[in-house]
Design a protein around this ligand. Structure first.
Ligand code: NAD
Ligand code: TYD
Length: 366
């Protein structure tokens, strides 16, 4: 079996769903269910025996040791993290706790377990660390995209904490020979994306007639990848990646924030016309004619990185991985998913997904 951490979050839950659809190998899913963890993401596999959920923290040594000993996973896929840059600016402590200390504890538990393995079990063990392109810092307009050898230059507490975790993972390969792999991926989008991040926030706010906040001049560039492509890239690295190596995963899809927001507004105009839904502009009280009229420029994020771009040639060349979606197909699917899953959105917005978690896990806390 494989041990997935953070499998109730945005990317982790997409990964678990994709894994269960493509493999009979069981998944043990360890997640602390912070505000970002949502078990309803995994509702479609709630009766599937091959998926086992454990409510717990990656910083809990005792729990980790027990999970390794009882389940003997052949691989760890480590997603669990605090992931929102804006939250890292207002409250960096949780990022150090989970992203740095949590990764350290997980590495230690994995190392103890791996040390005692023998033969083929030891040979085939893998620790795959899921990281971000944000560790490389920011790019000028004409600079080449990040490669795996771009020096680290993180600019936010989030990216600094992820950089620290990447360094720890690297050191466990060089110092202990642990069979680690690291992936650094660009901005993801797709189903189950928590609506504090740009794309889902825009969809949710637009449908509610609320302002679509654009930080600064909106010309910051991100390199967007459909989440299922990220998950397939991780699976490919797990299967065939060279030990100790890092792989950038990206979709060759650079876009300025304002362009992203305009594209999403255009799709919403087509798929959920504001006039026929009588969406009311919360500021003016009038019926919205086109969602783009809700675009509102707001104060910029402190230390806002100007541009990210991923050079994904290494994973393409060495592992034969390529994304399946174009941005056009992926963003259309994403907008359609949010429109078809308004209950999911409502549960997240009104917090009822948390009430359910609280009632479900009061007695089950590990
Ligand atoms: P997310 O915030 O949606 O989910 C994180 C999950 O981790 C949640 O389910 C949360 O409950 C869990 N978690 C948090 N702290 C924990 C702890 N101490 N113990 C156990 N579980 C804990 O994040 P995401 O967007 O799905 O990102 C997943 C991983 O991918 C992160 O490591 C992130 O750095 C990386 N990444 C994200 C993106 C992106 O665009 N979202 C891009 C590249 C890399
Ligand atoms: P985000 O989704 O938070 O991802 P990240 O900061 O990890 O790239 O933001 C994507 C981009 O959109 C980033 O440049 C910040 C910007 N942004 C806004 O302009 N307005 C918003 O309300 C949010 C959440 C983000």
């Amino acid at each position: 079996m494989i041990l997935v951490t953070g499998g109730a979050g945005f990317i982790g839950s997409n990964f678990v769903l994709q894994w269960c659809a493509n493999s009979v190998e069981p998944v043990l899913n360890l997640d602390a269910l912070t505000y970002a963890g949502n078990l309803t993401n995994l509702q479609s596999i709630s009766d599937y025996q091959g998926h086992q959920f454990v409510h717990g923290d990656i910083r809990d040594n005792t729990l980790l040791q027990k999970l390794f000993a009882d389940n003997r996973p052949r691989a760890v896929i480590h997603f669990a993290a605090e992931s929102h840059v804006d939250r890292s600016i207002t409250g960096p402590q949780a990022f150090i706790d989970t992203n740095v200390m949590g990764t350290f504890r997980l590495l230690e538990a994995a190392r103890k377990f791996w040390n005692d393995l023998e033969g083929p079990e030891k040979e085939s063990f893998r620790f795959l660390h899921v990281s971000t392109d944000e560790v490389y810092g920011t790019l000028g307009q004409n600079e080449p995209a990040f490669t795996e050898t771009t020096p680290y230059a993180p600019n936010s507490p989030y990216s600094a904490s992820k950089a620290a975790s990447d360094h720890l993972v690297r050191s466990y390969f060089h110092t202990y020979g642990m069979p680690v792999l690291t992936t650094n991926c660009s901005n993801n989008y797709g189903p189950f994306h928590f609506p504090e991040k740009l794309i889902p926030l825009v969809i949710v706010n637009a449908l509610a007639g609320k302002p679509l906040p654009i930080y600064g001049d909106g010309q910051q560039v991100r390199d967007w990848l459909y989440v299922e492509d990220h998950c397939s890239g991780i699976r490919r690295v797990l299967d065939a990646g060279s030990l100790g190596e890092t792989y950038n995963i990206g979709g060759w899809n650079e876009k300025a924030n304002i362009d992203i927001v305009r594209i999403v507004c255009g799709l919403l105009d087509e798929l959920a016309p504001p006039g026929s839904r009588r969406v009311i502009n919360q500021k003016t009280g009038k019926v919205v004619e086109a969602y783009s009229e809700l675009i509102t420029y707001v104060t910029d994020r402190p230390g806002h990185d100007r541009r990210y771009a991923i050079d994904a040639r290494k994973i393409e060349r060495e592992l034969g991985w390529k994304p399946a979606e174009t941005f056009d197909s992926g963003i259309r699917k994403t907008v359609a998913w949010y429109l078809a899953n308004q209950d999911w959105v409502k549960n997240v917005i009104d917090g009822s997904y948390r009430e359910w978690i609280d009632s479900q896990y009061k007695v089950d806390q590990q």
